[in-house]
Ligand binder design. Sequence first.
Ligand code: ADP
Ligand code: MG
Length: 399
Amino acid sequence: MNIHEYQAKAVLKEFGAPVSRGIPAFTPEEAEKAARELGGPVWVVKSQIHAGGRGKGKFKELSPDAKGGVRVVKSVEEVKASAKEMLGNTLVTLQTGDAGKQVNRLYIEEGAAIDKEFYLSMLIDRETSRVAFVVSTEGGMDIEEVAHSTPEKIVTFSVDPATGIQPHHGRAVAKALKLSGDLAKQAGDLVTKLYAAFTAKDMSMLEINPLVVTKDGQLKVLDAKISFDSNAIYRHADVAALRDETEEDAKEIEASKFELNYIALDGTIGCMVNGAGLAMATMDIIKLYGMEPANFLDVGGGATKERVTAAFKIITADPKVKGILVNIFGGIMKCDVIAEGVVAAVKDVGLKVPLVVRLEGTNVEAGKKIIKESGLNVIAADDLDDAAQKIVKAVKEAK
Ligand code: ADP
Ligand code: MG
């Protein structure tokens, strides 16, 4: 689960990390009020969307030479004018894709006098099963580009969970950033606080780009992005409350209400499958026959008729879906429950695209009978290969 920059900074502040003063705003009036409260003389108006590259981003509705999604301004009037331009408009950045993201929130922050910009991130390194640090002197820019063209400028190390964060980790960061004296001390202090925040809140990623040294010699977190481990959210009601559903795929939110493992994808074949492995195999074989899956969906082992109905409705509600493949290898999951769910969903919302059903396993005859007697226009398939070929063919013919 991702959160906004201003929320991430509030979390880091709780752990004592140095962040600038700032106030979130949802309207131009709130932005103006926030600017007065902060006092200036320099403010930064920052679009809050779940994507980076905002500074260099462009607003779809504004002229191409209008300023981007992060603006440094020098008067309260400019704060308000920028807020008016940003709110409700669509910001397109390197990370949003062409569709962009609508800006519904702003963060009004006091301007920092920047001397140097660095990069610092933390993530779970799955190879070592440890929390890893990634540090570079090349801050404020695209770290993928740095990794590509000057990989020697990136320093990484991981922390042994048995000992936790140690003074030598702080020294490693200071060295990587070429900091000495008081700034090296600040770096050590910051690293300790970030590690505490990362582990206490079950983060999976924390990216500070840039981490800056200000002209008066202070290390400061100027941008922050946090992703939390979704499997641990139940332990953190405070984190769950930060969720901004408007930033997420509506279909995925609906699916999570029914405890369905659903991920929206870009293709045209909607898939309803039981078991993550079979769902992967189904997606692969759809690709093998020349089309792309519209989603990953594992209805799980013990799905009820209601959950299956919900799943089928989520798939049919997706306008990208030109055909549906139901692929059930029933062990714990019973084929008749799947059939009942599909029939109930179609009764409710209709079926405008071809549907191929492959049922195998527990109560398979009962399942097939339910579908047959429902009068639904279903193409039956014998195995996975047959099912994939049939749905691809049906979609091509329906075009
Ligand atoms: P993004 O990474 O989405 O473009 P950032 O928060 O990193 O957004 O902002 C882009 C750039 O704007 C930063 O690299 C920094 O140079 C500048 N900036 C951001 N916040 C401030 C601030 N409070 N004071 C001064 N400059 C800022
Ligand atoms: Mg940034």
